[in-house]
Design a protein around this ligand. Structure first.
Ligand SMILES: Nc1nc2c(ncn2[C@@H]2O[C@H](COP(=O)(O)OP(=O)(O)OP(=O)(O)O)[C@@H](O)[C@H]2O)c(=O)[nH]1
Length: 434
């Protein structure tokens, strides 16, 4: 009898000892270990739990868990704990907790224990601080959704290529080039360019830069599905990794380009006749002189002033005068060659630039055609035709000067010689340079 009691005592002592060891084990963990009743009140919390929340064990036992949790997360925790069942005894919940160090992210593995009827009896919870990891994850998610918004914008077209093959395009591409995503993903990029030369040249310039870790930028013409050409500002960069992947970002410049061309046309052309104005003439003259110098050619600057234009204006009105000026402008363009420039300086004054002349006299042939075109009768209304002539002065590069301003001035002076000589004639500037 006494022996049996001894065995029982020993067993009890062993059990006690084992429980103490188990409790010691729980206290030594860095994890937040707790046991809760089915109603969420604590049965047990370990030492790290008390330290993190700045409470004593006595304060926590019997209390529900809500106060240690960030208020916004209480509902989601309740919902998840409600899914605990014998079939689903473990739920892992990531939520924010209110600690002595402030609000931090933690992950709790909650295991439910059930009676034989499947009713929840107790929850054992093991939590760990995942604040740094979670914040990094949130930051990454933010970055990734920001990137996704940027990539999938409707304004800037983006191609992702691998070995010059399209592997992905963003939402802006269909409206930019008229192809649907699925039509072009998997294709090489050659079809985007108007010709082999443009395609090859871009590749030869861009890919060595990308291989050197640099970016590529240029303005390019692309072909839309309907054959229309568009201008894009293109930016290329390789993507990290060794997959030969690159990202190509492009903005449609066509509208801007057209606007700029219209502004330039306005700035460099005469509104009434559409001819180049004085500014563009000056530019063309400089170019013509540079070309003539390199190729030992002649350039003729022909200054024309209509004779008797004022009386037409006075007799038939300004609109009739305008009509005549526009008509004469067209005739002069028809009478000259494509590399010559017919310009209007203002009023009834024009300058024709004859370039790339092989001989000093070559201007005569062209001017003969111009003069006979000017001398034609011009109908200004149903019953009226008018006639005008022109007084013309000519200066020649290189005989008279190699300077653009001087050549223009000399041609103007020669034109006045024609006026003084009775009009309707051509005068060649007489002074030659030394
Ligand atoms: N219709 C029209 N007339 C203009 C325009 N610009 C200038 N004029 C007129 O053109 C005339 C030019 O004057 P002139 O060159 O002296 O006239 P002209 O009768 O040809 O005189 P000459 O050159 O001496 O033969 C002036 O009456 C200006 O008012 C224009 O854009 N349209």
């Amino acid at each position: 009898m006494q022996h049996k009691q001894e065995i029982l005592n020993n067993n009890f002592l062993n059990l006690k000892q084992s429980e103490q060891q188990y409790m010691k084990l729980l206290e030594d963990q860095t994890e937040l270990i707790s046991r809760l009743n089915a109603d969420g009140s604590y049965i047990y919390v370990n030492e790290p739990f008390c330290r993190l929340f700045g409470v004593t064990r006595e304060e926590m036992i019997g209390k529900v868990w809500h106060p240690i949790v960030w208020h916004e997360d209480v509902q989601i925790i309740n919902e998840k704990l409600a899914t605990l069942s014998r079939a689903n005894p473990v739920v892992v919940i990531e939520n924010r907790i209110v600690t002595v160090y402030g609000v931090r992210w933690a992950q709790f593995t909650n295991r439910g224990f059930f009676d034989r009827f499947g009713k929840l009896k107790e929850i054992q919870s093991v939590g760990r601080d995942i604040n740094d990891q979670k914040l990094a994850e949130i930051k990454l998610q933010q970055l990734s959704s920001e990137q996704s918004i940027m990539l999938n914008n409707e304004l800037v077209g983006i191609f992702k290529l691998q070995n010059k093959t399209i592997v992905w395009v963003n939402n802006a591409i269909p409206s930019l080039i008229g192809y649907e995503k699925k039509e072009i993903e998997g294709l090489g990029t050659r079809f985007l360019y108007p010709d082999d030369e443009t395609y090859n040249k871009l590749g030869e310039t861009a890919y060595p830069l990308l291989a050197a870790g640099k970016t590529y930028r240029s303005q390019q013409t692309l072909l839309k599905k309907n054959g229309e050409r568009i201008w894009v500002d293109m930016h290329g960069a390789s993507l990290p990794g060794n997959n030969n992947e690159s990202l190509w970002i492009m903005i449609d410049l066509s509208a801007l380009k057209k606007q700029r061309e219209a502004i330039e046309a306005m700035a460099y052309h005469d509104v009434l006749t559409g001819l180049p104005n004085r500014l563009l003439l000056a530019d063309r003259l400089e170019q013509a002189l540079a070309h003539a110098k390199r190729n030992s050619k002649f350039v003729a600057v022909c200054y024309l002033d209509l004779d008797g234009f004022k009386p037409i204006n006075d007799t038939y009105g300004h609109a009739a005068g305008d009509k005549l000026l526009a008509h004469i402008a067209r005739c002069m363009q028809v009478a000259t060659r494509s590399n010559d420039t017919v310009s209007r300086l203002g009023g009834d004054e024009f300058v024709i630039l004859l370039t790339n002349l092989e001989t000093i006299d070559e201007y005569k042939v062209v001017l003969d055609r111009v003069i006979s075109a000017i001398n034609q009768a011009v109908p200004i209304d149903a019953d009226t035709e008018v006639f005008v002539t022109a007084s013309i002065g000519i200066s020649i590069y290189p005989s008279n000067s190699d300077n653009a301003d001087s050549l223009l001035r000399f041609a103007d002076e020669a034109m006045y010689v024609s006026k003084r000589s009775g009009r309707n004639c051509i005068s060649l500037y007489q002074n030659t340079i030394n």
